[in-house]
Design a binder for this molecule. Structure first.
Ligand code: FMN
Length: 171
C-alpha cells in the first residue's frame, strides 16, 4: 500500500477534456479547489494519459460529480487509445466546449491558468468559469441523503453515502 492512501477516501470525479469529436473522459480523485479568488480547481493528470494530451492542446477541462461508480471505473480504467469513451457515455458540451457526462449531478468547467510539471504528472490549475449543481446542493454543500457523491477508498473500492453526519461543537 502506498503513502498516499493516508489521504483517502477521496471524492472521485469525471474529468472531461478536448472538444468533441476530439474529446475524452477519465476519472480523477487527485482533484482539489486551490483558491477562492480567483476561483481555481487543480487536478493531477498522468503524462501518459490521453487527457494530458487534450488538456495541453485545448487548455481546459471539466470536472463532474457522478453517482455511478461503474462509470467512474469505466472511464478510469480504459484508455482513449483502446476505445472512444464518448461513444459509451452519454454527454453534452459544456459552455467551454469540453464534454460533461449527461448523468452528472454537478460540474465545474475550468480554463488552465497554470501548471506544475512533476515527474510523471502535470498538476493543472484551472480557473472555474462555469459551474452548476442540478439537485441536492445547498448551504452545506451536497445533501448526502439525496446525492450519492462517491468516495474512492482504494482502486476499484468506493464508499457511497449516506454517511454519518456529525456537527463539531462550536469553538
Ligand atoms: C477512481 C479513480 C481515480 C483516478 N484518479 C486519477 C487522478 O487523479 N489522476 C490521474 O492521472 N489518473 C487517475 N486515475 C486513472 C485514470 O482515470 C486512467 O489512467 C484513465 O484510463 C486515463 O484515461 P485516458 O488515457 O483516456 O485519459 C483514476 C482512476 C480511477 C478509477
Amino acid at each position: 500500500v502506498s503513502w498516499y492512501y493516508l489521504f483517502y477516501p477521496r471524492p472521485a470525479f469525471v474529468i472531461g477534456s478536448g472538444e468533441p469529436p476530439e474529446a475524452n473522459f477519465m476519472a480523477a480523485s487527485w482533484v482539489t479547489p486551490v483558491s477562492t479568488e480567483p476561483p481555481t480547481l487543480g487536478v493531477a493528470v498522468d503524462k501518459e494519459s490521453c487527457t494530458h494530451k487534450l488538456i495541453e492542446k485545448y487548455g481546459k477541462f471539466t470536472a463532474s460529480v457522478v453517482e455511478n461508480v461503474d462509470l467512474l471505473w469505466y472511464v478510469g480504467s480504459r484508455s482513449c487509445e483502446e476505445e472512444n469513451k464518448l461513444e459509451k457515455v452519454k454527454w453534452f458540451k459544456g459552455k467551454t466546449g469540453a464534454p460533461i457526462p449527461e448523468e452528472a449531478v454537478g460540474w465545474a468547467e475550468a480554463e488552465v491558468l497554470s501548471k506544475v510539471e512533476l515527474g510523471d504528472v502535470v498538476f493543472y490549475i484551472g480557473k472555474v468559469v462555469e459551474w452548476k449543481a442540478r439537485r441536492g446542493f445547498g448551504k452545506w454543500g451536497w445533501d448526502l441523503k439525496e446525492v450519492k457523491v462517491p468516495l474512492q477508498k482504494a482502486g476499484r473500492l468506493f464508499l457511497l453515502p449516506p454517511c454519518k453526519e456529525v456537527w463539531a461543537r462550536k469553538a
